[in-house]
Ligand binder design. Structure first.
Ligand code: BDR
Ligand code: CA
Length: 312
């Protein structure tokens, strides 16, 4: 089993990624860290606990990550995810499982140091603040990680929060720059992939037809986040972002990409937060990431539907 820590800002698609991870026997989720991102940290911490409770996995510890990005201004995405971050499901009963007292950043450093070398994989589903802070405090952890699998950035699809930038990178470009410069093996699931994974009506119907609590919640949440995306893109379903990271861990053959250099724009007047992807290798900058572009989206949704059927 591959041991992972998930750092996340739930977010409907983050919640579905957590479900997929918990439903996948190939991986063991050691902890969940909730960072500020789609909504403020108080909400993401609450939402992470709620998702674990729905899946019956209150044995997995939840930590609070950073409340603010390294950049001075904070950007959230209530316009996509709703004011709670998990709009679309019944949120009237608050979660009861605890939040761990230790900070998420301290936990990250300790957990990476305590693990065998190359044992731990980090899955990053929100802004990269926590990992950047951990690397700043403890640069030695960079060489100990097996890899970091993250949803973020874009090449041919460019931006979803500005014309140039994808949300997770834009929300904390300084943090992204630290992570992309750290020499850790990176696997990047950008908009180029996730925009191919549309939640078409028959796919959401198949999820709902599973008829278990978590599948219905996933279908309800994805139907909510669609409202924004359908209008914006004129597509027949909203892109499903964060679960692509878990699908890559479980079934990497569904994806295609290249080892390339990815730089992060931290200062551009119009382009801050842009991932500058040397897809055509026009520089001699060393590859620092496996940047994915292609996906078998039918197989991705079949995997998602069949895995979520195994949850409560
Ligand atoms: C990313 O931004 C968030 O809104 C989603 O949860 C995903 O992680 C997509 O750009
Ligand atoms: Ca996210």
């Amino acid at each position: 089993k591959r041991k992972i820590i998930i750092d996340t800002d739930p977010g409907q698609d983050d919640a579905v990624a957590l479900f997929l991870a918990l439903a996948s026997p190939e991986i063991e989720v050691q902890a969940v860290i909730a960072v500020a991102g789609n909504v403020p940290r108080t909400r993401t911490v609450e939402n992470a606990r709620r998702v674990l409770e729905m899946a019956g996995r209150t044995d997995i510890p939840v930590f609070a990550g950073a409340a603010r990005p390294l950049r001075p201004t904070q950007t959230t995405a209530e316009h996509v995810h709703g004011p709670t971050g998990l709009d679309g499901i019944d949120l009237s009963v608050p979660p009861t499982m605890p939040v761990q007292p230790e900070s998420g950043v301290t936990y990250l450093v300790d957990a990476i140091r305590a693990a065998q070398e190359q044992e731990l994989t980090l899955v990053m589903l929100g802004p990269l603040t926590d990992l950047a802070m951990a690397l700043t405090i403890a640069p030695d952890i960079a060489g100990r990680l097996r890899e970091v699998v993250l949803m973020g950035g874009a090449w041919s699809e460019l931006g979803n929060i500005t014309p140039a930038a994808e949300f997770n990178i834009y929300a904390d470009p300084q943090a992204a720059d630290i992570v992309f410069s750290a020499g850790i093996p990176l696997v990047v699931l950008p908009l180029d992939v996730t925009h191919k994974c549309l939640g078409l009506p028959d796919r959401l119907a198949a999820l709902r037809a599973n008829a278990n609590r978590c599948s219905i919640a996933a279908a309800d949440m994805l139907s909510y986040s669609e409202r924004f995306d359908l209008v914006k893109y004129g597509w027949k379903g909203a892109p499903l972002h964060d679960p692509c990271t878990i699908a890559w861990l479980v079934a990497p053959d569904l994806f295609g990409g290249r080892h390339v250099n990815v730089g992060i724009e931290t200062e551009g007047k119009l382009s801050v937060g842009m991932t500058v992807v040397d897809w055509w290798r026009v520089t001699d900058r060393e590859p620092n990431a496996l940047f994915l572009r292609d996906v078998d989206s039918d197989a991705f949704y079949s995997l998602l539907v069949s895995r979520l059927a195994t949850l409560p």
